[in-house]
Design a protein around this ligand. Sequence first.
Ligand code: ZN
Length: 311
Amino acid sequence: MDNKILGLHHITAIARNAKRNYDFYTGVLGLRLVKKTVNFDDPGTYHFYFGNQTGTPGTILTFFPWEGIGAGRTGTGMATEIGYSVPAGSLEFWADRFKQFKVKQDIAVESFGEKSLSFTDPDGLKINFIEPKQVDERAPWETKEVTGKEAVKGFHSIVLTLKNIKPTAELLVDVLGYRLLEQDGNRYRFITGAIENAAVVDLVESPDEAPGINAAGTNHHVAFRVRNEEILMAFREKIASRGLGITAKIDREYFFSLYFREPGGVLFELATDNPGFATDEKVEELGSNLMLPKQYEPSRAKIETLLPNLN
Ligand code: ZN
């Protein structure tokens, strides 16, 4: 299984206020900030990584909080819903907690035989908390208010909304190793057997829907997980041989990446397990320091004055 795509690695979305974003994901949802760094292409902007204790691939949601950026619009050619796995019986806790914090939520429903509660983050990003059919053994990050009985385990799934699912489905099956599991109306559930969790991609076919606009409250890209750089580069060959444009290998400090646009318009990334988030901070300290890549270290003082205050 080692040379396969191992489900989701991370998902990256856009927010418009760093402090509000940080408070929501660490405070309300109880995730751990595992890395506080800057956007490597725009060092006056934070790049937050929220996940479990060590930021295991398959648990990591990352944000570019661009202060004051306008609201985006979900639509086709975009990842439109993030699915997190939560413990069985915890949705009632979450519904109460969302009420307490005035989080916009829907009534819990059943989807593909699993209980699911939808809500939106402060920028309108849609998230589903799902009680999966299979027990999820991943250890969650716990806080005083969100204990192990309720805490988020990591990703369950991602939803891609597409005008036509066919070319994306072919890529998922032929190249990324997924198979069609179930269909419910215009929603098609794909799964990989290469890993137990974060293994689901749902494709929603919506031919008449307008294309999404990528700004605050929308997902920027979806990263799939591979074990190491050798496997990463083998996938680069496979994807390029289908005529899709794909970047060279990029060093993201905590993983190595390739980016390409899948035929339905969603920006995909492939990212490695190595070296991981403990490469520049101890596990106990993850997220507590502002970590800069070496090219920005000489400008640290200036960058620190540019970045918004989180306290
Ligand atoms: Zn990424």
